[in-house]
Structures are given as structure tokens and as C-alpha cells.
Design a protein around this ligand. Structure first.
Ligand SMILES: NC(=O)c1ccc[n+]([C@@H]2O[C@H](COP(=O)([O-])OP(=O)(O)OC[C@H]3O[C@@H](n4cnc5c(N)ncnc54)[C@H](O)[C@@H]3O)[C@@H](O)[C@H]2O)c1
Length: 245
């Protein structure tokens, strides 16, 4: 039964989000992918179709609470509730703390943490009603051990861990689980931006000596979304080649 409940993935158009959409579709779920990037949402639809599936691909700015609320209400009505939420959308505005402007801090918190909180609050109503839910937040190794140049990003990702643990405690009695995935360095547009020497230095900090793939993350998320993970809640699963241990 839970297999058929709708899964919503934010930041679904590319990278990790796109891989998560495909992994959840392969589990036989109905999936809605939300993203602010219309062009890349078209790409998502194309890739999903090529893989033999269909999904909802919706252009939404998750920091616009009115837009987000309307989207969740429409989806919830159409699918009889939302069973799985993957808070994946995230941005970086990296700068050393002394150079970091207030706006760099506020923008990252607005997308990575505040919007994830609002999305979680929006889905929790139908999850409580249906006595089933899986909330999965994309934290980061930066939120677990910190990272120079990412005071804003690390704060948002550590904030997600605290929020997820609180939500896990609040909703456990309703059979709703909430967990974080903390990826390390993953081959993606986000890490492509890094200069080569930084990438090399990063590899030296990874015991498995390689960057992860988006599928490495999607597989872990698909597991946490599955019925097999029903007794796991309030946890942070580091998928980082051993960086944070
Ligand atoms: N790539 C990594 O190495 C890495 C490591 C640790 C954590 N993460 C986290 O994993 C998640 C996905 O990372 P990724 O590498 O796939 O990132 P990405 O930049 O490739 O994709 C993020 C997606 O979020 C969307 N997005 C941004 N702002 C939005 C908004 N306001 N409303 C709707 N959508 C919005 C973007 O358009 C984009 O499609 C992020 O939360 C990121 O912080 C990534």
C-alpha cells in the first residue's frame, strides 16, 4: 500500500534530486519532482520518459510559501496524501566568514532550511492522517563536521539535522519517520564548480579516495523511503566514503 503513496522530491531537476526521482520510480512509486529551473525540469521529464516512467515535474520556487502550499494541496488531493518527502533542494554561497554578506547567509538558510521546514510542516498533516510517512532531508558532511568557507551552508545543514530529530520525536507515534542523509563529495554540478586543487585535496580526506555518485545517494534515500526502513528514525546516515566517522 505504501508503495503507491506519492513521493515528493524538491530540487528534482538535476543532480541528486533527479537520481532520487528515478530510484523512487524504480521502486514503483508515484513521484512529483519540484524545481525552480523550468528548463532542467524538461530534461528530467525526458530522462524519466526514456527510462519508461512518468512523473509530475512542477516548476516551483520552494521559498515562496504560498506557491509551495498550493502545490502540496493540489498533489495531496490528487494522490490521497503525500507519503514521502525528500527535502533535497539546496544552494551554496561559499565565502570565508569574514567576506560573507548577510544576504549570503539569509539566502542559503531560506532555501536549505526554512523551505525544508515549511515543506515538512505541509506534508505532516496528511502523513499523520494516513498514519504513514517518510521524511528525508539532505544534510551534508559540512553540517556534521563543518567546512571552511561554508559557515552559512554548514549552519543550514546542521539545522536540518536538529529539525529532523525534533520532527522524528514529534511524529514517531503516528508511524512517520524522519531521517537525514549526509552526503560527502558527490560528482555533481555543485562540486564541478570547485577548482581542481580543491577537488584533489578533498579526495585525500576521503578514506575511499573517490567522490560519490548521485546514485550512491539515491540508493540510500530509496532505502530510507522503503518499508524495510520503518524502524529507523531520527538518524543521520553519512554517505561520504568514510569522511565523517
Ligand atoms: N553535490 C554534493 O557533493 C553534495 C554534498 C552534500 C550535500 N549535498 C546536498 O544534496 C542536495 C542536492 O545536491 P546537488 O548536488 O544535486 O545540487 P544541484 O545544485 O545539482 O541541484 C539542486 C537543485 O535544487 C534546485 N533549487 C535551488 N533553489 C531552489 C528553489 N528555491 N526552489 C526549487 N528548487 C530549487 C536547483 O534548481 C537544482 O535543480 C542539496 O541539498 C545539497 O546541499 C550535495
Amino acid at each position: 500500500m505504501s508503495e503507491k503513496r506519492l513521493a515528493v522530491v524538491t530540487g528534482a531537476a538535476r543532480g541528486i534530486g533527479r537520481a532520487v526521482v528515478l530510484a523512487l520510480l524504480k521502486q514503483g512509486r508515484a513521484v512529483a519532482g519540484l524545481d525552480i529551473n523550468k528548463e532542467q525540469l524538461g530534461e528530467l521529464e525526458k530522462v524519466v520518459k526514456e527510462a519508461g516512467f512518468t512523473c509530475e515535474a512542477l516548476c516551483v520556487d520552494i521559498t515562496n510559501t504560498a506557491e509551495l502550499t498550493k502545490t502540496f494541496d493540489t498533489l495531496s488531493e490528487k494522490y490521497g496524501g503525500i507519503g514521502i518527502l525528500v527535502n533535497n533542494a539546496g544552494i551554496t554561497r561559499d565565502k570565508l566568514m569574514m567576506q560573507m554578506e548577510d544576504e549570503d547567509f539569509d539566502k542559503v538558510i531560506a532555501v536549505n532550511l526554512r523551505a525544508a521546514f515549511i515543506a515538512t510542516r505541509l506534508v505532516s498533516r496528511s502523513m499523520i492522517r494516513n498514519k504513514f510517512g517518510r521524511i528525508i532531508c539532505l544534510s551534508s558532511v559540512s553540517g556534521v563536521i563543518g567546512n571552511a568557507g561554508q559557515a552559512n551552508y554548514s549552519a543550514s545543514k546542521a539545522g536540518l539535522i536538529g529539525m529532523t530529530k525534533s520532527v522524528a520525536r514529534e511524529l514517531a507515534r503516528k508511524n512517520v519517520t524522519a531521517n537525514c542523509i549526509a552526503p560527502g563529495f558527490i560528482i555533481s554540478d555543485m562540486t564541478d564548480k570547485l577548482p581542481d586543487p580543491v577537488k584533489e585535496a578533498a579526495k585525500q580526506m576521503i578514506p575511499l579516495r573517490r567522490f560519490g555518485t548521485v546514485e550512491d545517494i539515491a540508493n540510500a534515500i530509496a532505502f530510507l523511503a522503503s518499508d524495510q526502513a520503518g524502524y529507523i528514525t531520527g538518524q543521520v546516515l553519512c554517505v561520504d566514503g568514510g569522511m565523517a566517522m
